[in-house]
Ligand binder design. Structure first.
Ligand code: BG6
Length: 458
């Protein structure tokens, strides 16, 4: 019998935020749930560090009670190589380490580029030079963090470059929102419930909103954030991906390329028609931010989809840093019904909320008779995810790591989806930058923007 092959995770950008906050906890969860048994993590970055430090910095970000045996396993198998991504000579050290792991049985490889996309080309071509990208009696997969490029032109150029090195089947363009349980649930909710699918269109839906509000600032990521801003950091990827799942046509199947085909097709028809951008007060005093920075930390958009299913339905996006609370949700508002009471009518139509954070779940607002009165009022049917499945359901990165190991690309962004979403955000005209106070609901001008949006906002 063939011995089980081990997996080597090579993480570029190992001393960064993402590695400690998401990647180490994601791999730990996978280990805890026995999703992976034989593995090594090789962290790579320019600063001095060690495998021990990398694993311990991730420990602080693990939710809930730590399973000591799973964490010890992660700790014992995390190692580090200090090198400069741009120095070809440094890759010789890496080649030797990888060859050693290969001979110890860790032949399958995941190269995780948790770096800015300006480093993707140099890292990928150096990996090719040292001969570790080939799939000889093993598989090799490469994960590129978002945002992939800075606009359509740079994304295409980068994509063409990495295609000289890797086949599309080896490339995983990650968007961690696609690994969130509630997001993976969107298609199941839409397409396995006969009570929903027939009304999921312009005849019954009044408006759609996607809100990803955050209550934290940019942390230690000043240099990255300032050259991207909210539109490229959140809208180009997470928000358009969520919209495409909520509004795409039915796929032939939930497997293979079918979902990506439908998402890419949908994105071709999306336009951003109105934008309001803001910047929280104090942003330009943060470390790494130029005093005169005009980068937006807040963005609200109105969008439309030009296709037979959605023509005329207003769509609203909102995201921002340092707002009053963290809230991530998708809301589908349905049109109100004809009034059949003599006097009081239900004021609103139904609405369905897919809540990613806090309290992940699904909430349906219906109308029901008020006791003792000839009137209707809203009632709420609430599905609480954690109550049903426990608080420790898999987290985004854990699900995505599992998919990478299985070779399942359905939860990743294919090149045509990527290009279509860049086409949408490349056309965004930002206009005036509105300042807003930290912990507020956003710029003052948002009130008018919301009022004129035609979207029912809670
Ligand atoms: C990341 C962005 O992709 O998503 C961050 O770069 C943002 O700026 C984060 O804070 C939000 O993710 P989550 O899962 O915490 O909502």
């Amino acid at each position: 019998m063939e011995k089980e092959k081990g997996v080597l995770f090579v993480v570029f950008g190992a001393t960064g935020n993402l590695t400690k906050k998401k990647l180490i906890p994601g791999i730990y969860n996978l280990v805890k749930r026995k999703g992976i048994k034989k593995f090594k993590i090789l962290g790579i970055a320019r600063r001095p560090s060690s495998g021990h430090k990398i694993a311990m910095s991730g420990k602080k970000h693990i939710d809930g009670k730590i399973d000591s045996s799973a964490f010890s396993n992660v700790l014992a198998n995390t190692h580090y190589v200090q090198m400069d991504f741009s120095e070809s000579i440094d890759y010789v050290k890496l080649q030797q380490r990888i060859q050693k792991y290969e001979s110890d049985g860790f032949a399958n490889k995941v190269f995780y580029l948790a770096t800015g996309s300006d480093k993707f080309e140099v890292i990928s071509s150096n990996l090719k030079k040292i001969g570790v990208t080939k799939e000889k009696k093993c598989w090799t997969r490469v994960v590129y963090e978002k945002p992939f490029g800075k606009n359509l032109k740079s994304a295409k150029k980068l994509n063409a470059c990495i295609h000289k090195i890797f086949d599309e089947k080896q490339i995983y363009r990650i968007d961690h929102y696609l690994g969130k349980e509630l997001v993976e649930n969107v298609l199941v909710l839409r397409f396995t419930n006969r009570v929903l699918e027939p009304v999921w269109n312009k005849y019954h839906v009044e408006s759609i909103s996607v809100v990803l509000d955050e209550n934290v600032g940019i942390g230690e990521r000043g240099a990255y954030y300032d050259s991207y801003g909210a539109v490229l950091d959140m809208v180009q990827n997470h928000m358009l991906q969520l919209l495409s799942l909520v509004t795409m046509e039915m796929p032939e199947s939930f497997s293979g390329d079918f979902i990506q085909n439908k998402k890419a097709e949908l994105l071709k028809n999306v336009r951003i028609t109105k934008t309001l951008v803001g910047q929280y007060k104090g942003y330009t005093s943060e470390s790494g931010i130029p005093k005169n920075s005009k980068t937006e930390t807040f963005a609200a958009h109105l969008l439309k989809i030009k296709n037979p299913r959605w023509n005329g339905v207003p769509i609203y996006f909102r995201t921002g840093k340092f707002l009053g609370k963290k809230e991530s949700k998708i809301v589908i508002n349905f049109k109100p019904v004809k009034c059949l009471f003599d006097k009081t009518c239900p004021s609103n139509g139904n609405s369905l909320e897919i809540r990613l954070f806090p309290n992940p779940g699904i909430e349906l607002i219906l109308n029901s008779k008020s006791p003792g009165k000839q009137a209707a009022r809203n009632i709420k049917m609430d599905f609480c995810y954690d109550c049903e499945y426990g608080p420790n359901t898999p987290e985004g990165y854990e699900n995505l790591f599992k998919d990478i190991l299985l070779g399942n690309q359905t939860t990743f962004t294919r090149e045509d989806e990527l290009f279509n979403s860049w086409k949408i955000v490349d056309k965004v005209s930002r206009g005036k930058l509105h300042k807003y106070s930290k912990k507020s609901t956003g710029p003052k001008a948002l009130e008018k923007f919301n009022k004129n949006s035609g979207v029912r906002l809670a």
